[in-house]
Design a protein around this ligand. Sequence first.
Ligand code: PMP
Length: 351
Amino acid sequence: MSKFWSPAVHELTPYIPGEQPRERLVKLNTNENPYPPAPGVEKVLSGYSIDHLRLYPDPESLALRHALAKEHGVEVGQVFVGNGSDEVLALAFQAFFRQAAPLSMPAITYSFYPVYCRLYDIAYRTLALDDEWQVPLEAFDVHSGGIVFANPNAPTGHGHGRDAITRLLERVTECVVLIDEAYVDFGGESAIPLVAQYPNLLVTGTFSKSRSLAGVRLGYAIGSRELIEGLERVKNSFNSYPIDSLASAVGIAALEDREHFDACREKVITTRERTRRRLTNLGFEVLPSQANFILVRHPEHDAAQLFVGLRERGILVRHFNTEALRDFLRISIGTDDEMDSLIEALETLVG
Ligand code: PMP
């Protein structure tokens, strides 16, 4: 506690995103990609001229924004980049959601959204998920100060298709609809093609999951020029984009390798479905997922105890200590070998 802190800072408890293993563990707790980034990334790193580091990066991050614009079929003025999508989301909350009416979000979604609300003094309302653990898009209030959700949602893994998103955007026109697509590449359907039609739609994405680049911190937003200008107004760091030259070069190399991208995400999807079947056979309920993780619970076994049992066997998964999710474990999809170790450990714990 400090008398110098803003009131909202007193209420914040530091978020520890996931235990960083010191021993050799099977790490299935923070939804990283188990496969390496595209081979071109290694080439960029080994051939990188040290002299680039002496100079400031391009203040407009044009090369990276061009590469993203090309990838998503939009113009460069419709692309914003930041240090991970967490930073982009933080800027979006500041730019668009400090409104008279409260922001709306699902009651179960990415845990950072309420944190940003408290930090930036944004009032918010939550919407219960439906019986199938899906975000009930039709229940979002058109008079909200903004709408935010992850699609596919986290940590449930369910994603709505573009038609459902279109119906939402036809109805909600007076506030920003922010769709966080951190996990979309694992079987979801992106809303990016809709930004041309709906000036209030902002879609965020990340290089941390499907591009295997969580370590460099690269995220982006795609939307109308009007929304990108809003984000540009609130970003700081000497009025320039915050991306360093090295991250930019690495991100571009990752975008250039479509074959590697497709191969890795297909492997993750295949492993996810295989894991889903095997856990179902062990008596788990596994929520259908379009992401690189699954949310599971066992009717007879306490999730907190399973978490500890797995930890003792060198396997890290995620257990949320919230009322709604207490019965569940969230398991990131690793390699087939890692998932075999998981299943083996669970066989002894629930068998
Ligand atoms: N959105 C969601 C739903 C997430 O789960 C995460 C990662 N935990 C992020 C955004 C942030 O990802 P990053 O900052 O690595 O881009």
